[in-house]
Ligand binder design. Structure first.
Ligand code: CP
Length: 431
């Protein structure tokens, strides 16, 4: 087997669109055994899958893939060509993806997991330089894109804020983008104006990634959010088709929810409950786009209690006060806070609670409560951890090296801790 058994099995379940329970039954093994084969290499409880099971799974996937192959041949070619914008290798919007192409990207992210988990290293981007241009505050997006590029062997140059960029002297987006293209091999850009990253992209032929353009889009965040949902659902024995997703908070200015709802709409028969304070509802142009897919139910409410009942995923967001234009709101009111009491009251033990972060921990903000911190349903740090493999996959695809990764892997030379966060042992053995 040329890939790890974990990647092989996850890929098989995704291709066959089966939950872990159904997949285990289909191949005639106990669910517990399957769980141990899916644990990361090096975990105490990880076990090797018997060779005969591997052969059987390969046979099932190949047979069931025959029909799909005809459909897929119509869209053959490397992933970066299929998601290209005007022939350029860029990531500006989730609109570039179909369900098939997004799942193909996730198979590449699965390949990156041993690197993200510090078991392996790779140098497939050795010599390449990333330009990280962040004209707005960021911790996760800026650092995780930089770390992802470095973990593939590249290096990073960055500039933060307008003050220390020559844009403060009146330089245009066109000139800045063209100049940087002579220095670096790819750019990630965050900018406060919607559409500005597309303007950077028009002025260059090197890959450009949208790291957030004002209230527009945040495609890499939505990709890692969807990857997290699919990974958590696989563990919980759920399918995304038919699931109930509650999006909570500032849905007007929150670019992460704009990208995420469009990406989720690629799946079938979802129920969305959109829970926003008055004046911060999801823009109509996004609702219309989601509605065009058909088969989804969208309910809007100002009541958190009403919106969370029966949800499979609660996705909370921060008030984007920095983007307000006349709105009169300091933070969420207390009855809007996602906390342990309301999650217990409205949802079951297998709900997952997500947030793109940062969460506003200041008094009176009433953002996602810290009282869920030791609750395994809170997936926010599994979500941030997934930013690395997903962003590595994005670079690998845009720079055309995804086919080189598997054979480039070497063991790490240092000893990382078995759990990177103090609370992570709570989840040990469930993924
Ligand atoms: N989720 C997110 O975009 O975080 P940062 O603003 O810290 O990059």
């Amino acid at each position: 087997m040329s890939v790890s058994q974990q990647v092989f099995l996850r890929d098989a379940m995704r291709r066959l669109n089966l939950t872990r329970d159904v997949f285990a039954a289909r191949i005639g093994v106990k669910r517990r055994a399957l769980d141990t084969w899916l644990l990361p290499e090096g975990s105490q409880e990880a076990r090797n899958m018997p060779e005969v099971v591997g052969r059987f799974v390969t046979e099932i996937v190949e047979n069931e893939s025959l029909l799909q192959k005809y459909a897929q041949s119509a869209q053959s070619g490397p992933l970066r060509q299929r998601i290209a914008v005007d022939g350029k290798h860029q990531l500006l919007s989730v609109d570039q993806f179909s369900r098939e192409s997004v799942e193909e990207l996730f198979r590449i992210a699965d390949l990156m997991q041993p690197i993200a988990r510090r078991q392996k290293v790779s140098r497939v981007l050795e010599g390449a330089v990333l330009g990280n241009l962040f004209f707005e505050a960021s911790t996760r997006t800026r650092v995780s894109f930089g770390a992802a590029f470095c973990r593939l062997g590249g290096s990073v140059c960055d500039t933060t804020g307008f003050t220390f960029s020559s844009m403060a002297k009146g330089e245009s987006i066109y000139d800045t983008s063209r100049v940087l293209s002579g220095y670096v091999d790819a750019m990630v850009i965050r900018h406060p104006d919607q559409g500005s990253v597309a303007e950077f992209a028009r002025a260059t032929n090197i890959p450009v990634v949208n790291g957030g353009d004002g209230p527009g889009e945040h495609p890499s965040q939505a990709l890692l959010d969807l990857y997290t949902i699919l990974t958590e659902f696989s563990r919980l024995g759920k399918l995304l088709d038919g699931a109930h997703i509650a999006l909570v908070g500032d849905l007007k200015y929150g670019r992460t929810v704009h990208s995420l709802i469009k990406l989720l709409a690629l799946y079938r028969g979802l129920k969305f409950t959109l829970v926003a304070p008055k004046g911060l509802e999801m823009p109509d142009y996004i609702l219309e786009q989601v509605g065009r897919h058909g088969g989804h139910v969208i309910e809007q409410t100002h009541s958190l209690e009403e919106g969370l009942v029966g949800a499979d995923v609660i996705y909370a967001t921060r008030v984007q006060k920095e983007r307000f234009s006349g709105e009169d709101l300091e933070g969420y009111s207390a009855d809007f806070q996602v906390n342990k009491a309301i999650v217990d009251q409205c949802c079951g033990p297998d709900v997952i609670v997500m947030h793109p972060l940062p969460r506003d921990s200041r008094e009176g903000a009433n953002d996602l409560s810290v009282d869920l911190n030791d609750d395994p349903r809170l997936a926010i740090f599994r979500q941030t951890d997934n930013g690395i493999p997903v962003r590595m996959a994005i670079f690998a695809v845009l720079l055309g090296v995804e086919g080189l990764v598997q054979h480039s892997l070497r063991d790490v030379t240092w000893s990382p801790p078995s759990h990177i966060g103090p609370d992570d042992s709570i989840f040990h053995g469930i993924d």
